[in-house]
Design a protein around this ligand. Structure first.
Ligand code: GDP
Length: 675
């Protein structure tokens, strides 16, 4: 087992096309994990395993692969670059300890990189910036660094100085040592003489000064006018990066494999190990605490594979563990370390590590917590945004309903932001997700993975309800069942509390619920589920907490049924007291458009109840509009904006919040005639 301080769990975050796939692949090559270098342009890279990812140029599925760089085990977590899949980004961010943010030297900081950056900041993830594509004509590394500071408001500090050579090739000077790297990635015989290159010298001084600002050791050396050794600077940098006082910037070309080994050194030297990030407070080292952050079904004989992040304790093959969310036992049939496409069976893994397990069956789902020891409460460790849009779909004639349903269920297991249920008509299903593109991609995958063509109706907004005030209820249920001799009873005490906008739905069980009979817990959970999904009650509930305070019953038979009913009725009572409020999903929209279409795009947005929050001028006569727009007004926006801008404007949209909906907007029937 690898000790936690020799592990780096690193995600690569980037705007689509910045070079994330190429870089990941080069990292795997440099560390000897894969033997030949694929090129995205040839479509044979390792991390993008689905054909439509290449077609659309986006990475939807995040995989975690392990590689080793000078005795450090680096688990590379691939994150999706497209904004419609922020739940995926969110999920991978929650299991990584550090990140490499890739930027394109031509395009600098783009809209989506800002979004992903905000998420990384929310998770307090120490980050290294890699400015890629330095080989491209028109690459402007200075502008890219400036944008990091101005747009992302980070203390971006270059660790290298790019040498601009007359022949257009790239050279990189290591500002800590003066070592020079040639365009072929090989070190030059001579170090750079800082005295002979005032720009490089200024960059070196800037680095030392930035460190002096945050580190006493360097400050003292600086005041005494001594030059700290590269080792001292490196140690200070590590402290500063882990405290998130600065973001080191490295440069290179993933395509030409320039700067990639130096980036790996930086990951080892400056990004935190799991031990730097997670204390094991509150649980002894033997107790396992692990999170399932990904379930993938590749159709192999081992069935679905789950990727786990182990926070404390160890996971071994022979040990049964407790699935806190499902309230049931789980025993892995095999543990694996994943090297690109190869799965190596291992016997165990320790705190800080990321591993894959089989034996998942249909029980383990993304977001589940696995534990040993007394870990009774169901906590909201990993919350997922709720679907904001749905669509009725049906397979084309000749596809058996059971196989189609199985295909849908597979996607839902892998992606907790996707929901599928049968109806509204026989032979139809309702698919719900994070945006119209999300659902389109799922339909594509049903076709490519299963060869099933589908027809789909229009997107439909998923409205929600919340509550206006807290309420508490104690409910006593009693009934004489005709087929049983005795009376059954169940007492349930619960309360409901409104939560802040965007909090989702939180369900809490009391700490002693681990000692409750399994069918009782399950029945209460089912009662809650039934109630929140019951269409007759209103829209599904969000931004609130349902807390089960206590539950008692008369130890007789049919207790489960009594609890299910009692929970439903108690909840109905509590929600009625707390007053329902209708909410609609509002999307954060970013439109990039040429300046000449700016006026018409803004006018159109205003007609869509948009609140424009920012209008930015970009390079090359482009502008960016950021706005909050109700999703109800954005259905079919892709077509509308194409018409409006003669195909020159582009947009991305992600669910932002649910807000109270104007009454006259909350009505729509599902489309069942799919034409
Ligand atoms: P992703 O969408 O961020 O995963 O980006 P890809 O790795 O798929 O790269 C997008 C495109 O940029 C591909 O055509 C790559 O070959 C190209 N690319 C990536 N890195 C570099 C680089 O360093 N230099 C040049 N010139 N092209 C690059």
């Amino acid at each position: 087992m690898t000790p936690a301080d020799a592990i780096r769990n690193v995600g690569i975050i980037a705007h689509v096309d910045a070079g994330k796939t190429t870089l990941t692949e080069r990292i795997l090559h440099n560390t000897g994990t894969i033997r030949y270098m694929g090129d995205v342009r040839d479509g044979n890279t390792v991390t993008d395993s689905l054909p439509q990812e290449r077609q659309r140029g986006i990475s939807i599925i995040s995989a975690a692969v392990t590689c080793t760089w000078s005795q450090t085990q680096i688990n590379v977590i691939d994150t999706p670059g497209h904004i419609d899949f922020t739940a995926e980004v969110e999920r991978t961010l929650s299991v990584m300890d550090g990140a490499i943010a890739v930027f394109c030297a031509l395009r600098g900081v783009q809209a989506q990189s800002e979004t992903v950056w905000r998420q990384a900041r929310r998770h307090a993830i120490p980050t290294i910036a890699f400015i890629n594509k330095l080989d491209r004509p028109g690459a402007d590394h200075r502008r890219a660094v400036r944008q990091l500071k101005e747009k992302l408001l980070v203390n971006a500090v270059p660790l290298q100085f790019p040498l601009e050579r007359d022949d257009g090739s790239i050279g990189l000077v290591d500002l800590l040592t003066g070592d020079v790297l040639n365009a072929d990635g090989q070190p030059a015989a001579q170090k750079l003489d800082f005295n002979a290159n005032p720009d490089a010298s200024a960059a070196h001084s800037h680095l030392v000064e930035c460190l002096a600002e945050s580190d006493d050791v360097i400050l003292n050396a600086y005041l005494e006018n001594t030059i700290p050794s590269p080792e001292t600077l490196r140690a200070a940098l590590r402290r500063a990066v882990i405290r998130r006082n600065l973001v080191p910037v490295l440069f290179g070309s993933a395509l030409r494999n320039v700067g990639v080994p130096q980036l790996l050194d930086a990951v080892r030297d400056y990004l935190p190990s799991p031990a730097d990030r997670h204390q094991t407070q509150g649980s002894t080292a033997e107790e396992l605490n692990a999170t399932v952050f990904k379930v993938v079904d590749q159709g192999g004989p081992e069935g679905p594979i789950a990727y786990l992040r182990i926070y404390t304790g160890t996971l071994t093959l022979d040990r049964q563990v407790w699935n806190v969310h499902r309230q049931e036992n789980f025993t892995p049939t095999q543990l694996y370390r994943v090297y690109a496409e190869m799965f190596e069976p291992i016997n165990g893994a320790g705190a800080g590590d990321i591993v894959a397990v089989s034996g998942v069956g249909t029980t383990l789902r993304t977001g589940d917590t696995l534990a040993t020891g007394p870990h009774p409460a169901i906590t909201a460790d990993m919350t997922f945004p709720e679907p904001v849009v749905s669509m009725v779909i049906e397979p084309v004639a000749g596809i058996p309903a059971a196989s189609f349903d199985a295909a849908l269920q597979r996607f839902c297991r892998e992606d907790p932001t996707l929901k599928a249920k049968p109806g509204p008509l026989p032979g139809q299903w309702t698919l719900a997700g994070m945006g119209e593109l999300h659902l389109d991609v799922v339909r594509d995958r049903i076709k490519t993975d299963f060869g099933m063509d589908t027809r789909a109706g229009n997107g439909k907004v998923e409205y929600r309800d919340t509550i206006a005030a807290p309420a508490a209820v104690t409910y006593h249920f009693t009934k004489q069942l005709t087929n049983l001799e005795h009376i059954i009873t169940a007492d349930i005490e619960l309360d409901v509390t409104p939560l802040h906008n965007g909090a989702g739905l939180e369900i809490l069980f009391p700490p002693d619920s681990a000692d409750w009979p399994e069918d009782q817990r399950e029945a209460i959970a089912a009662g809650i589920r039934d109630f929140i999904n019951a269409e007759a009650e209103g829209f599904p509930l969000t931004d609130m907490r349902i807390r089960i305070v206590a539950a008692k019953h008369d130890a007789g038979e049919a207790a489960a049924l009594a609890f299910l009913t009692a929970t439903r009725l108690a909840l109905a009572d509590a929600i009625a007291k707390a007053r329902r409020v209708k909410m609609e999903p509002v999307m954060r929209l970013e439109v990039s458009t040429p300046q000449d279409h700016l006026g018409s795009v803004i006018a159109d947005l205003s007609a869509r109840r948009a609140r424009i929050t920012e209008v930015d001028s970009l390079a090359l006569g482009a502008a960016r509009i950021t706005a909050l727009v109700p999703l109800a007004e954005l259905l079919g926006y892709a077509t509308a904006i194409r018409t409006l801008s003669s195909g020159r404007a582009d947009f991305v949209a992600e669910p932002a919040v649910y807000e109270p909906a104007p009454q006259d907007h909350v009505k729509q029937a599902p489309t069942t005639d799919l034409g």
